[in-house]
Design a protein around this ligand. Sequence first.
Ligand code: MN
Length: 204
Amino acid sequence: MTLDIYRRKRRFDRTPEPAGGPIRPPDDTGATPTTGRYVVQRHRARRLHYDLRLELGGVLVSWAVPRGPSLDPAMRRLAVQVEDHPLEYFDFEGVIPGAQYGAGDVIVWDWGRWTADPATADARRALDEGELKLRLDGEKLHGAFVLLRTGGRTARRDQWLLIHRRDGDAVAGWDAEDHPASVKSGRTNDDVAAGRRRRRRGTG
Ligand code: MN
């Protein structure tokens, strides 16, 4: 577990993103975590994508999901694992200046808690083995999902699918792009890019 790659890619005198402090894994007896916070950020970089981040072992384990998560089990979303991010990134919303890594605007599109499937004793190990079944309980996302590595154990280990499982929370045709406002501020990416202040929830 390291933030070296995260830090190497960024210049913290030029980006508003957090550098993060030392990694402090939860110091509770060494039991492996099976639940934590999650966040999904809508990141309008050179190419629009959504970043899914699970709090695990003192960092945010992260995937870039080009088309965004869906509640529709038929929409199997490509998710490319990217470098672990610091916990301080959890509520980051802002503009990453041009010429910096990930230049563009970021909103907190959804947040809540993830919980591993009851049969999963160790979420880190499940990820190492390429399949994590989990529940997401957020403001937009709900229900059972699976993160499934498709690249095999050798080539393209960063390629995963994010799929909503068939359960009572599944919604046919559900598209992330139909739900554009930040759960933190009510703002859209356009609002953040234009420097507009927080909107009151429910007014827009
Ligand atoms: Mn991103």
